[in-house]
Design a protein around this ligand. Structure first.
Ligand code: FE2
Length: 275
């Protein structure tokens, strides 16, 4: 069953980027191990060209999935590049990374998502790393002519997602359903699982629960998920094992204690943040 339905809310982030936040307003661990989900996108470059100039992260991961558009990035490890239509960038901030993410002018509807995944205490100070995954490296499972599942990470029908060497167990799928077909997936009972509809509308479990575009359904634990639609739908289906650890979170830094948080900001100020 559905535990909660949220509608993405407009926020301004970075140097003035207009985007929609699905969750991440400090929900006190309700989405554990996930911290935040932003849905960015616009056909007006003035909404996003300001980008996300140099800023730090520690103790968590950011997963950027670009549906359409092109985003230039650079970081304190010396990585530099551009992600384009359908590409994913999975960044483990670990002990600390300073990076920038700058969307480039795009003729069309630039659109994508950034998910923040928390790291357990034992991995918060792990070595930072970047994984750039090209669209063509992401397995697409065509279940039938109307149901398609893109496996960014996690397993579906014995197929393994593109990103495998993760610190914590999570799955991240992009599911497309046409012609009122049905999609089913067995959820690991203790996982936190949510679905975010970014196009069309989805019907979960029964006809009473219709989730519209820009809405997210947080699911009750221990379900077999069943999704259908009146016509077509595109949604993210994401799940992970809760960490059940205290969260000390300020801006882009997420630790277990206030002391660790203070130390991170102090190190950022005095130039010893990068290990
Ligand atoms: Fe960032």
């Amino acid at each position: 069953m559905i535990k909660k339905i949220l509608t993405a809310e407009p926020v301004i982030e970075g140097a003035g980027v207009r985007l929609k936040r699905v969750f991440g307003f400090y929900e006190k661990g309700e989405f554990d191990p996930f911290l935040l989900l932003d849905h960015f996108g616009s056909s007006n470059p003035n909404d996003y060209l300001q980008g996300f100039p140099w800023h730090p992260h520690r103790g968590m991961e950011t997963v950027t999935y670009l549906l359409e558009g092109s985003v230039e990035h650079g970081d304190s490890l010396g990585n530099k590049g551009v992600i384009n239509n359908g590409d994913v960038q999975w960044m483990t901030a670990g002990s600390g990374i300073i990076h920038q993410e700058m969307p480039k002018k795009y003729d069309g509807n630039m659109q994508g998502f950034q998910l923040w995944v928390n790291l357990p205490g034992k991995l918060k100070m792990t070595e930072p790393k970047y994984r750039d995954v090209l669209a063509e490296q992401i397995p697409v499972i065509q279940i039938n002519e109307n149901v398609k599942v893109k496996l960014i990470s996690g397993k579906y029908l014995n197929n393994e997602g593109a990103v495998t060497d993760l610190g914590i167990d999570i799955f991240y799928f992009d599911v497309n359903i046409d012609n009122a077909e049905v999609f089913e997936y067995e959820i690991i009972p203790e996982y936190t699982v949510f679905a975010y509809v970014y196009e069309g509308e989805a019907i979960f479990f029964d006809s009473k629960s219709v989730i519209e575009k820009n809405q997210m359904a947080l699911l009750e634990k221990g379900n077999q998920i069943k999704v259908t639609t009146n016509k077509s739908v595109k949604f993210l289906l994401v799940g992970g094992k809760p960490l059940n650890e205290p969260i000390a979170w300020q801006g882009p830094i997420v630790m277990n204690t206030q002391e660790e948080l203070q130390q991170a900001f102090e190190e950022y100020r005095n130039g010893t943040f990068i290990k």
